[in-house]
Ligand binder design. Structure first.
Ligand code: ADP
Ligand code: ZN
Length: 717
């Protein structure tokens, strides 16, 4: 008889480097620990740090260290790396490029359930019953029962079938109960549309597939069928056994895109966006990691999915600002996708009807290959009409022309979309007795009255106050009714059109999970008028919408920011693009006080190129991107003087570069804020200097917080 060898799998103690959460002020400094267990780079470990335990990410193993009395790792959390080599390298690149602590980059890349700060707590398990082989005798009833069940089955359902038998089957070893991670719900698919491609679509697809270029800018007017181009490219990649990532800007657009993708590709897709809960995010993430799905449709964070073999990255609405993350690391999805495309040798297609200036400038220079769809599938661009509000009779901000056009549209049984990019009821609440304006105590800006929730809300920091309809200063009860937000517009429109079914879509009405989807479905099936903020300008494709009205169109242009014209143009052109997408002609009515503004003129003629050329001139004159590289530094402290003092010191430190400021900008909950804007002709110089400045800032040992925003595409205020 062979003797079983008696051995231990000996793992010698090794020294490993770990990044832990608390190192916020350090860009790149690991701590060394001893580890007695098998561990890999990219795994989470629990380590003692200071007086408590922390979760960290292992970045190196078998390091040499001369430090005596190294502490030991308490627990190795992951058996296999959470982040593979590609993603570990990507995090390093991000940390360097955005001047952000490495640990914050790891955190950004992982779904919440797997972030260094959490253990597997939020992962939900389910009991499942599995069939097993056994020799134990069964009664006839038990035999019949076990044959009638299709295993595996949820344990709860198994027990429901027959309580007493269930226990017997388990005891006799025919059935085993196992805990499994809760399985993600796969997307149910709707009917796919069948049509032959237009000539332009065909040419675009050929150009992209045959070119040796990696990056493409698909500039297609609204309604030119860009989505279909995406789907065709995706299907080619799938045929080659490759994965596809379809990026969409925000959740509002996701339901329509998901529907189209799933109609085409069945359940072979994972979906990833901010409205999923932690468990759902985790299970979608796992689907990708385990290679169970080939297509991911998601918002910006899905760029960090653990792909193994990407064939295409398809980015819809390339210009959208939600592709930029608004807290550290303030990454730009486009920068990240370029890094990933390099590793995966895949092609990248960025699509928009209104490309960002920066993307179009790159296409102009030849860095991206420009692919155009300059005609709608239905051949008809909507007609744009500017309503000059200086001359027009208006009531409550609604011109009589627009009211009349809405009426005509409804009488033809067609649908209307009204854009007013301001949520709430009243943007300013002012006492008509003492002229006091209700303002946010933290931010100092006017509070918006929300009638739905009877509250005053600060749109800067989100604080909300119950509104008693009484002035806190003079106790008066009368207020001016100045201005209008979407809630008030909804009220006015329903007074004017009592028969119409009106649906409102803004950040307030879409807070609940699945609300976007519900609202859009409702509008499609039985709505007459959809009222909303910029959300309604994006991606919506409804055949019966023939009239689009834009109120307070000048709002976007008054921002104190180099990119305000660009944002205004995009919003107006995109909103216009919702009209007349099918067989019926579309008309767009834009209420403006500045009909001669060049943005209005370009929208009027759907002339993107003309907009691009004029706006580039302004950027050139003002030394703004894409002609220079920008970085903003924001200094945050309770005491404004303290923030100014540090900002001035660091301005001095950066004196070899062009520095604007410091100026005070809107404060937020965490304190007063002071901003520097730094300009440079090269990325390298800017990056180097800002890193030095970060180190300098750390050396000042001040409690003024520094928030770095490398390469912003707009200035924050
Ligand atoms: P875009 O994204 O460019 O604004 P979409 O991809 O939403 O445009 O397409 C607009 C509409 O045209 C959609 O309803 C789509 O189903 C339809 N469509 C796209 N391609 C074709 C085609 N070749 N023939 C007929 N209809 C098409
Ligand atoms: Zn506030």
């Amino acid at each position: 008889m062979a003797v079983m060898p008696f051995f231990y799998d000996i793992i010698r103690t090794m020294k490993i480097n770990v990044y832990v959460e608390t190192q916020a002020m350090e860009l790149n400094k690991p701590f060394t620990y001893l580890c007695n267990e098998q561990v890999y780079v990219g795994c989470r470990v629990k380590v003692p740090f200071g007086y408590k335990d922390c979760i960290g990410i292992v970045t190196e193993i078998n390091v040499t260290s001369s430090v005596q009395n190294l502490k030991e790792v308490k627990e190795v959390i992951d058996r296999t790396p959470l982040l593979n080599e590609e993603l570990m390298n990507l995090a390093k690149w991000m940390s360097n490029y955005y001047v952000a602590p490495l640990i914050s980059c790891y955190k950004t890349m992982l779904p919440p359930a797997l972030k260094p700060s959490s253990t597997y707590a939020s992962i939900v398990y389910e009991s499942w019953a599995f069939k097993k082989e056994s020799q134990m005798p069964l009664t006839k009833h038990q035999q019949e029962l076990i044959q009638s069940i299709s295993f595996p089955i949820k344990a709860s359902e198994f027990r429901k079938i027959c309580k007493s038998c269930a226990k017997a089957l388990i005891d006799k070893g025919y059935v085993e109960i196992r805990q499994l991670e809760k399985n993600p719900k796969l997307v149910s698919s709707s009917v796919d549309s069948q049509f032959s491609l237009t000539k332009q679509q065909k040419d675009a697809i050929d150009k992209i597939t045959q070119s040796s270029q990696t990056y493409f800018l698909l500039h297609g007017v609204t309604g030119s069928g860009k989505t279909e181009v995406f789907l065709q490219l995706a299907s080619q990649a799938l045929q080659q056994g490759k994965q596809v990532l379809i990026l969409v800007p925000e959740i509002g657009l996701t339901p329509m895109m998901i529907e189209r993708v799933s109609a085409r590709f069945g359940s072979d897709i994972a979906i990833y966006h901010s409205q999923l809960n932690n468990q759902e995010k985790y299970s979608q993430y796992k689907l990708v990691k385990e290679n169970k799905v080939k297509i991911v449709v998601g918002t910006r964070s899905s760029i960090f999915m653990p792909f193994s073999n990407l064939g295409y990255i398809l980015m819809d609405e390339e210009h959208d600002s939600s592709y930029k993350q608004d807290n550290s690391p303030r990454y730009q999805t486009k920068d990240i996708l370029i890094q990933r495309a390099r590793v995966h040798h895949c092609k990248v297609v960025m699509a928009s009807a209104t490309p960002s200036l920066e993307a179009y400038a790159r296409a102009y220079k030849g860095n991206y290959e420009l692919v155009s769809l300059n005609q709608r599938v239905n051949q008809k661009m909507p007609d744009i009409h500017l309503i000059d509000m200086r001359k027009e009779k208006s009531m409550n901000g609604l011109s009589s022309t627009l009211i009349q056009k809405i009426e005509q549209c409804l009488s033809r049984k067609e649908q209307v979309i009204l854009l007013l990019n301001r949520r709430g009821y009243l943007p300013v609440v002012k006492c008509s007795t003492c002229n006091e304006v209700m303002t946010c105590p933290d931010c100092g800006i006017a509070l918006t009255y929300h009638k739905d929730s009877q509250s005053l809300i600060c749109h800067c920091c989100g604080r909300s106050f119950y509104f008693k309809s009484e002035c806190p200063k003079c106790h008066g009860h009368q207020f001016y009714q100045l201005g209008m937000g979407t809630e008030k517009l909804e009220e006015k429109i329903s007074e004017l059109f009592p028969e119409a079914r009106i649906i409102r879509m803004d950040a307030d009405s879409t807070r609940k999970k699945g609300a976007h989807e519900k609202i859009l479905k409702e509008f499609e099936t039985r709505g007459d008028i959809l009222i909303g903020t910029q959300m309604v300008a994006k991606g919506l494709d409804f055949a019966r919408v023939t009239c689009v009205g834009i109120l307070q169109a000048d709002l976007a242009m008054v921002r104190n920011d180099f990119s305000s014209s660009e944002i205004a143009y995009q919003l107006l052109e995109q909103a216009s693009g919702r009209a007349g997408r099918s067989d019926k002609a579309g008309n767009v009515y834009i209420q403006t006080f500045e009909p001669d503004h060049f943005v209005m003129k370009c929208v009027l003629s759907h002339n993107y190129l003309s907009f691009f050329q004029q706006e580039m001139k302004y950027r050139h004159l003002g030394h703004y991107p894409p002609y220079v590289y920008l970085c903003t530094l924001i200094y945050i402290h309770k005491d404004l003087n303290k923030a100014f003092e540090i900002a001035n010191k660091e301005k001095e430190f950066l004196n070899s570069l062009k520095v604007l400021g410091p100026i005070e900008i809107h404060s937020r909950k965490d304190g007063k804020r002071v901003r520097l804007v730094i300009k440079s002709n090269t990325k390298e110089e800017l990056n180097q200097k800002i890193k030095e400045c970060f180190t300098y800032h750390s050396s000042l040992k001040t409690n003024v917080k520094l928030d770095i925003n490398m390469y912003p595409n707009r200035l924050e205020d």
